[in-house]
Every structure is written in C-alpha cells, then in structure tokens.
Design a protein around this ligand. Structure first.
Ligand code: CA
Length: 237
C-alpha cells in the first residue's frame, strides 16, 4: 500500500511541485490550500504524514500542528513543517508544537525526500492498524493497550503502558516526571513523582532487551530513544 501524504500549502506552484516530487517518489498525495479543508479531510482518511506550511491564509501552521497534536486520533501523524522563515526561534517553536521535522524553503527535492523518509521510518506508525512498530518484533497496539515482543504479549500494567505510550509519542523528546504524571492522571491509581521512577524501572524490566530505549535524562526526566544503539558515545578504550 502506498503511503498517503497530505500537503498543506497555499502557494499553488509550490504545492504542485511538492505533489509532483512526492508522487514521483511513490507516495499518494492530497494537496490543500486551506487549513480548514485539510482538517476536514482528516475525517475521511488519516494520512501517513503531513507536510505543513507555516504561513497560511486561514490558520497559522503552528496552530494547525497544535490542534493535530492535541487530538488523540491525530496526534501520531508525523508532521514536517515547511517554512520560509529563517528565524531559528520559529523552527524551535514548530518542534515545541509537536512537529517532527522542518524543511526550509526553497528546498532541495532530495533533502525533502530524505527528511520525509527519515520521519516515516522513525515514526514506525501504521495508521490503519493503530499500531506502532518500534522494531519488527517490538510493537505497541493502541487499540488494545497491548505491547508485543516477538509476537508474545507483555504483561504491562496500564500505568506502564501509558508511560510507554507517552514517551514513544515523540522519540527523543524528554518528558519531565511531572509531565509523565499529568499523562497518567485519570488512571485510578494516585502516583507521586518519585514513583514514576519505580514504574519506569518495572517497565524497563519488562521490555528488555529494548529497555535501553527508555533513557533517564539526569535531573530532567525520561525519553524514548529507538536509535539508542547509534547514539551511544563510543566507550573509552
Ligand atoms: Ca504560505
């Protein structure tokens, strides 16, 4: 099945160029010039990725991103921001709002494709099944609140599942203990900040040998790093 990419860009020539390049690369695409039209189309089909322009006539691209990331059914769609702005603060803001990457206009088509493919690979997200494939043998099923390793269902508590769900939402992003608590709010157990560490430890024990993907960032909190093997600094000889 070809992956579907939604492109939201109000400049017709750029939209056309993007659609052409992406369909040449084997993607299905749908182009939109207005944010409301794209948001409406999300009721019909959930794309595998959204390319999002920042400056739009009806809604700010950042606002669109925020809405997506605040909607549980849409929050996992990877978003690549397209921006002419050279201001680094805008890029950081975009990433803060939950964008997965950004491309600066004018863009090189090779770079565009490389970034889109990297984001798709990283997200491991199968929209139709509501499943996150972290590695071929390690997957999260969000419909059933289940985690599988080598086709065996792991016995995770709801709290452990929710921690993993939050951390995998944005790989590489560090969540503080209080943010993790906010996410757990609503489960029947009352959790104090220090017990987040206990839950994380139990979670890690259960997901071994992938436990190193859940990284403790000293003094801050936790993050999920599916590429931990590549990110480990070389050991001192
Ligand atoms: Ca624009």
């Amino acid at each position: 099945m070809q992956k579907m990419i939604y492109i939201l860009e109000d400049e017709a020539d750029i939209l056309e160029l993007l659609s052409l390049q992406l369909s040449n690369a084997g993607f299905r695409t749908r182009g939109f010039m207005r944010a409301e039209a794209m948001l409406y189309s999300l009721n019909q089909e959930i794309p595998d990725l959204i390319v999002l322009d920042l400056m739009l006539p009806d809604l700010d691209g950042l606002e669109v991103c925020k809405r997506l990331k605040e909607t549980p059914a849409l929050e996992r769609i990877p978003v690549v921001m397209l921006t002419a702005r050279i201001n680094i603060e805008d890029r950081i803001k975009g990433l803060d709002y939950g964008a997965d990457d950004y491309i600066t206009k004018p863009f090189d088509s090779k770079e565009l494709l490389a970034r889109i493919n990297a984001v798709l690979r990283r997200s491991g997200w199968e929209t139709e099944k509501n499943v996150l494939l972290i590695t071929p043998e390690f997957k999260l099923d969000f419909n059933r609140f289940e985690v599988f390793m080598k086709n065996k269902r792991l016995d995770l508590t709801l709290t452990e599942f929710k921690i993993l769900q939050l951390l995998t939402k944005r790989p590489g992003w560090v969540y503080s203990r209080s943010q993790i608590l906010d996410h757990l709010w609503g489960t029947d157990k009352i959790v104090i900040e220090r017990s987040v560490d206990v839950h994380v430890k139990n979670l890690r024990d259960k997901i071994a040998p992938y436990d190193k993907m859940v990284v403790n960032v000293r003094g801050v909190g936790y993050k999920f790093d599916p590429d931990w093997e590549r990110n480990v600094p070389p050991a001192d000889a």
